[in-house]
Design a protein. Sequence first.
Length: 110
Amino acid sequence: MNPYAIISGSMRLGDDMLHMDEDDFLVGTPQSKFFDVMFHANRTIVEDALLNCVERHVAMESILEELASKYDIDLEQEIMNFKYEKQDEMHHRKMDFFISTVGDVLTKNE
């Protein structure tokens, strides 16, 4: 089964492979594919992936808060500055996140 057909929306889990368009993986953005997979993949696998994201976020946020407190940094202002000054980097990192998460979920979903 071609996992990209699943994330493009042209094929759902269990559909016949004969009805799959090989170019479907080129349709959409990493973000749209991410949400397609999250809505259509095995719920347990998706929950595990999302919980992992939340746990990493909480851990990173806790580390940053400790460092910000230690060095007297306004964390919210630094986050706003970073998002504004590094928009391209933010965009690329988000796309990388979407792609890697989709890959992980699809690998476990097969």
